[in-house]
Design a protein around this ligand. Structure first.
Ligand SMILES: [Zn+2]
Length: 392
């Protein structure tokens, strides 16, 4: 099985090398930053919930960064200058779909939602965000040649101290502010000098924001989503996996077999291997989630516990158990439909499990974990190690 997967991978790789533009699936003229600058690190804040809105932004489907070819080539020049000085670049945002900007605008109009105020705009009234220019109806990012970035040290990968965090709304983020130390100002200037030398223009109010002066699209705004390269090439099978997962989930939900959760596993050639759904109620099995059922069935169908190279689609963001099961199976790419908050809205709650894990697994009101019998169990482990069996 594994060698077959390797052959498939090799074929895919050869195909990618032969036709990079076709394989990426991006609109013509756009590229992934990490394809052009392999040393660039990404921290795509609008994909994570850690941004001024406090949730994933519309249109950010994968933690990746896209630019026009021209902007990416110029950024590469800047990265080379910075590399010689001991820095890599870390990108927070690049091309931004129009729908993301619309999300910002809707958020800005909702004055009740101030959950990220302390971190991103402690001294700015939310009602003044438009007037002060922190949120706008249109963003240059949607033209594809604007990038938000900082510097990291090559040796530690730690962020260089710029005096204020990315997306902090306030005077301290302006170029030339006297609210930062001379060293912080010097750090901002290292980034600025390299970016300007490569053809970018700084933005006076945000030390992290740079626009390619000679941008190829001056009045064209794009709305294609920020997807991963893999995702682009799976678009056909994804629709099928999604539809089948929803259909199966609806069917078993109506038969009272389980909740509204379905999952499918497919391979890189676009073949759906299994479709499964939640069967907790029928099986009297609290672990019979759609993803776990799909993984178990795929293992049986394929005759292996190793699902390397397969992709999992799930109708809902997987719970911690299913995420762990997915990692155990060696599946390394998950695509989901509904978000955790969508499941929460209908009464399903995974949040407390995540909080238990993130809190160090010590909240005994959720689960009390105690140690007993270590010697005998370690002896058993030792016997296994001496048998030199496979580790999976
Ligand atoms: Zn689950």
């Amino acid at each position: 099985m594994k060698s077959r997967i390797r052959i498939v991978l090799l074929v895919v790789l050869v195909a990618l090398l032969a036709s990079p533009v076709l394989a990426s699936g991006l609109p013509e003229g756009f590229v992934y930053i990490t394809d052009v600058i392999p040393t660039a690190k990404l921290d795509i804040r609008y994909y994570t919930g850690y941004n001024f809105v406090g949730t994933r932004i519309e249109g950010y489907h994968a933690p990746t960064a896209i630019l026009t070819k021209e902007a990416a080539e110029a950024l590469k020049q800047a990265a080379e200058i910075l590399d010689e000085q001991g820095y890599y670049i870390k990108v927070f945002d690049a091309y931004r779909p129009l729908r993301a900007v619309e999300h910002f605008v809707l958020w800005a109009q909702d004055l009740d939602d101030q959950k990220m105020k302390a971190d991103f705009y402690p001294e700015v009234d939310k009602e003044r965000l438009f007037e002060l220019g922190y949120v706008a109806l249109r963003s240059g990012h949607s033209r594809g040649s604007v990038v938000d970035l900082t510097l990291i040290y090559k040796d530690t990968l730690d962020e260089v101290d710029m005096g204020s965090p990315f997306d902090f709304f306030g005077e301290i983020s302006h170029h030339g502010t006297d609210l930062i130390t001379p060293e912080q100002e010097a750090n901002r200037n290292i980034l600025r000098d390299a970016m300007v030398a490569a053809g970018f223009e700084p933005y006076p109010e945000e030390w992290w924001h740079y626009r390619l002066a000679d941008e190829p699209y001056t009045d064209r705004y794009f709305d294609f989503p920020v997807d991963s390269p893999d995702f682009q090439s799976w678009r056909g099978v994804l629709d099928e996996a999604m539809e089948k997962s929803v259909e199966r989930a609806r069917q078993t939900m109506n038969e009272n077999i389980g909740g509204p959760f379905g999952a499918a596993i497919f391979d890189m050639e676009g073949n759906i291997i299994v479709v499964a759904s939640n069967s907790v109620l029928r099986d009297h099995d609290p672990t019979a989630h759609a993803e776990v059922n799909a993984i178990r069935e795929a293992g049986r169908v394929l005759g292996t516990h190793d699902l390397s190279g397969y992709i999992l689609y799930a109708t809902g963001y997987p719970c911690p158990m299913c995420l762990a099961a997915t990692i155990w199976s060696n599946i390394s790419h998950v695509i989901y439909g509904a978000r955790p908050e969508d499941a929460e809205a209908i009464g399903f709650r995974d949040d407390f499990i995540y909080r238990f894990i993130e809190g160090g697994r010590v909240d005994s009101s959720i689960l009390l974990i105690e140690e007993y019998g270590r010697d005998a169990c370690v002896e058993l482990f030792q016997e296994y190690a001496e048998m030199q069996k496979q580790i999976y």
